[in-house]
Design a protein around this ligand. Structure first.
Ligand SMILES: [Zn+2]
Length: 359
């Protein structure tokens, strides 16, 4: 079994600007950095290299997506808007926190192309599965605007590539980013050939989005599944959701490929949500999805990096996932888990009720 890794230094150059977290610095707010900054993901790549895991992976070179490929999801008008901002001094792609920096158009195309390159490597049999460490993220981006730090919908466009360029009949997407995968949901709302499942913190971002009643359009009812979990959920709640909702749904759907929108912001240490996963819990989820892929689609699995804002902890969560995709035993200790292997938050009755409600 071989695991591919897409990475490129240019991803880390995407400059989200001078912020204090989410806020533009002004008045009493000292300038610092935007939560979505390049170091978080660069530190994951660095850890893969320092631990030796990177040497056991197959490097997959990303390429820029073409405009025609991006037009499978986004309107020509929006794509031109991003290009114009990028060619000038930069600006907002749709909301103030979602900035296109100078040159950001090319980086966003390289992120889409990285996700596509990972899909191609798996479908061509060059690797069994792959992790695309791309940036900027994509799962909030809508057809006609950017949102939630996302410019183009990397994961949705990878699924559209698999469907339309590679001729796969069915693709399943599991989004474990802590925020609702609203852009991916919108992309496939009326499309019964793509199963879009989102596990997320209930009503976190975007507000009011991702409730259990959102199940797909008239022609695709049931191909959207939302599992909103209460804040404070740990590994047990995620495992229950996977075992009782995600796995049966994907088995019934029989996809030809599974994509994971791999946000690492449901961790215990993330500043942008209130969930409690440790790296060991991400390892568990990755093992479950790898085994499921081996069972239903010959192991064909591509994880595409989305959010994750703890620069200290994201590297350990990502490392655990990639180790598990490669079928390797843990190579390093998780210094943040304080001797535990999974989240100390045991299953609570209201968390069980939330999972039951989503079934
Ligand atoms: Zn997120």
């Amino acid at each position: 079994m071989t695991t591919g890794l897409v990475a490129h230094e240019r991803y880390f150059w995407h400059d989200t600007g001078n912020h204090a977290g989410l806020m533009p610095p002004r008045g009493m707010l000292q300038p610092y950095r935007h939560y979505e900054h390049g170091e978080t993901k660069r530190r994951l790549l660095n850890l893969l290299r320092v631990s030796g895991l990177a040497e056991q992976l197959v490097a997959i070179e990303p390429r820029p997506a073409t405009v025609a490929e991006v037009e499978r999801l986004h309107t020509p008008r929006y794509i031109e808007h991003v290009r114009t901002l990028s060619d000038g001094f930069g600006g907002d792609a749709g909301e103030p926190t979602t900035r296109v920096p100078p040159g950001g158009f090319e980086t966003a195309l390289l992120a889409v192309g990285g996700a596509i390159a990972a899909v191609d490597a798996v479908l061509d049999g060059r690797v069994t599965n792959a992790y695309a460490l791309v940036r900027p993220p994509g799962h909030h981006a809508l057809a006609d605007q950017g949102m939630g730090f996302c410019i183009f919908g990397n994961t949705a466009l990878a699924a559209l590539h698999a469907r339309h360029a590679r001729g796969l009949a069915r693709v399943a997407i599991l989004d474990w980013d802590v925020h609702h995968g609203n852009g991916t949901q919108a992309a496939f709302w009326d499309d019964p050939t793509v199963l879009a499942i989102s596990l997320h913190q209930d009503d976190c971002f975007p507000g009011g989005s991702g409730g259990v009643a959102e199940r797909g359009g008239a022609g695709a009812l049931g191909s959207t599944i939302n599992v909103p979990l209460p804040p404070g959920s740990g590994g047990d709640a995620y495992r229950l959701a996977f075992d009782t909702i995600v796995e049966p749904a994907i088995r019934a759907f029989q996809p030809d490929l599974i994509l994971v929108a791999s946000g690492l912001d449901a961790s215990m240490y993330d500043p942008l949500a209130r969930m409690c996963l440790f790296a060991g819990d991400y390892r568990d989820l990755a093992r479950r999805v790898r085994l499921l892929a081996e069972d239903v689609c010959g192991g064909r699995l591509v994880a595409i990096h989305e959010g994750g804002y703890s620069a200290e902890y994201v590297p350990f969560c990502g490392h655990a996932i990639i180790e598990e995709l490669a079928g390797l035993e843990p190579m390093i200790d998780d210094p943040f888990a304080l001797g535990r292997v999974s989240s100390p938050i045991v299953l609570q009755p209201h968390q069980v009720a939330a999972v039951e409600a989503a079934r």
